[in-house]
Each structure stands twice: as structure tokens, then as C-alpha cells.
Design a protein around this ligand. Sequence first.
Ligand code: ADP
Length: 374
Amino acid sequence: MASVKLTNVKKIYGKNTLAVDNFNLDIADKEFIVFVGPSGCGKSTTLRMIAGLEDISGGTVEIDGVVVNDLQPRDRDIAMVFQNYALYPHLTVFENMAFSLRLKKVPQDEVYKRVTEAAEVLGITEYLTRKPRALSGGQRQRVAIGRAMVRDSKVFLMDEPLSNLDAKLRNQMRAEIILLRKKINTTFIYVTHDQTEAMTLGDRIVIMKDGLIQQVGTPTEVFDMPCNLFVAEFIGAPKMNTFNTKLVKEGDKYYVTPYGAKIEVTGEKATALAAKGVGSQNIILGVRPEHFVLAEAGAPDAISCQILVNEMMGSELHLHVVTENGDKLIVRIPTVSLTDDQRRSLVQGAPLHVTCEGKVMHFFNVEEQTNLLV
Ligand code: ADP
């Protein structure tokens, strides 16, 4: 059992580098939480304050209801896996994994049991007698995870554990962490700058910028209802298209008018705008690349543009296009939805007419860049 609670946590380095401010978060027992954001936003600092590797400048960190601000890292009952796995090169995999247990004078048979069990879960039993240099990057990472696992900790902290691996291995290890999580069944706090990792691993994601939490939510919540433009552009790949346009209320209907087109807002978005009594105004409109669809030339809802680049990704095309006033957009079209003729016509320089799905648009306030519906 381990819940983790951060209340008004703050970190100031030196005299005035405010690295983390006003950090409030309740992490439930066995929850998998991911801190995500661009480099320098304060993710690692927050994790290190939970671990006890950094002093806390203000606020409290509680583990299972006990304030741990002044506890040494070893007394917090947490395990941490770092980006550079820092294995001891002269020790075997077994001894690397057993290291912390030996320090704690755990009896030999118990050490053997815990190490072999963890090795079994991680699929590294056959490497237990090897030295780290005889392992691949992915295997070393597994040993580093195993070393943390044997300690039976209440909370498992991981700081960019996959960032030193190549893309293919990273995908594989990501899937393994999802499986591992089911097996170890403890509370995880995971730091990454990679939104895909955050989306695929987290029960909830904490998106940070400049030391401040921007939004906390499930992957679906932050994808479907980003609270501001920063979150909207950070979550999702390729990133959301955003452009200045107008939201127009006519009777009980809402329209957006990008690039001379007139597109009706539909579904829950329309209902939500009406419920909030939102009036006509200038907005920043957000449209994910996959929420554009092809339109008929000359249709009232068609945005006219020209194809700059057509990237064939296999199951979909990524079309980089430019609008008549020079804005650049990215449009994702599933390959199966196109006829052979259509596919052949989507070449560099060709005209393209698209519209966007009215039920999945995002509307942001021009000044504060906050979501009008949050
Ligand atoms: P992230 O993990 O999101 O990349 P960090 O938590 O490492 O960000 O850093 C947050 C901010 O604190 C950055 O501006 C960084 O330069 C600063 N910082 C981190 N560690 C130190 C340190 N030991 N001394 C001074 N400033 C630091």
C-alpha cells in the first residue's frame, strides 16, 4: 500500500531558480502516474524531491499519510530507476541485483529468492552470471529495473528509463513496462519528455511547463479536452494544427470560419458551447491532423490549400499543406479511405480541399490561450 501526496511543493535552486512551484497532486495506491513536459520543466526535480535526493524548498510530500520531507532516501521505502542505469561493471547481474539487499544484511536464501524471482519476471534468468558489459542496452535496463524490484518498495520511481535506448527497443521496453506493472502491482511515478510514452503508460498524466502543472488527467481526458494551447500542442503526434479564426453564433448554431470556409460545430462541442453561453468571438481553433477530411472544391465548408509534401506512412498519408494566406497545416488521411485515383492526385503542388470534423474541434481564448470549454 502506498499513496503519495504532494501539497504546495516548491523547489528553488540557489537564490532564485524556481524549478517547481505550487505542485499539488494526490497519487492513489497502485496508480501509474507519468510526469511529462519539455526539458527543464521540473519533472526530475519533482521526482527527486519525492525520492529524497533533493531538499524540498516548500510544501510537503507524504507517503502513506506520513510527511517524509525530512526522511533520508533510504527511509522512504522507494525504489528508483535512472536513465543511465549505473550498473556496477565488476559485478555479475545477480550481484548487481542483490547489492542493496546485501547492504541491508538480508539473509542469503532470501536474497537468492528475491533476485531469481525478479529475474524470472524480467526474463533475464539466463544472464544472471554475466557481467553488464556482456548485455545489450535493453537487457541492462532490465537489470536496473530488477535491482529496484528486489527491494519490495512501496513506490517505484523511474526517471526517463528508456531514453538511452534506440526507437525499436524503446517500443519493446514500453510494452514490457506495461506488463511489468501488472506483475509488480505497486505505485509508479514515471518521468518522460515523450508524450507517446506518457499516453501509453500512464493511468494519469501530469503535464508540466516552466515548473508548473498545466493539467492532470487520464490520457483520454488530456487528448480530448486539453485545458490550454500548450497541452493541446504537446499531446498528440503530429501535433495539433492551431490557427486564428472566428467562432460565430447564429441562432442556436455555432460555426467557425477558417480561411474563408464556414464549418458547423456539431455534437457535444456544440452542446457545450451553448451550455456555457459562449458568444461570437475571435478564437484560436485547434484541429488535430486526423480530424481533417477531404472536401469538395467550392463547398462552403472547404478550406482550399496546396500540397507541399506528401509523406506516405503506410496506413496513412501525412500531407503538409499551405493555405491561401500562407499558413502551414498537417492533414492525416487514412490510405484505405482513398481511391487509387485520389492517391495518385495527391502530389506536391496539387490543390487540396479539406474540412474539419465539427465534433472534435478545440476552441482557445486568444489572450489566455485557455480552452473555452474547460
Ligand atoms: P526536467 O526534468 O523537466 O528536464 P529539471 O527538473 O531537471 O527539469 O530542471 C528544472 C529546472 O531546474 C531547470 O531550469 C534546470 O535548469 C534547473 N535545475 C535542475 N537541477 C538544478 C541544479 N542542481 N541546480 C540549479 N538548477 C537546477
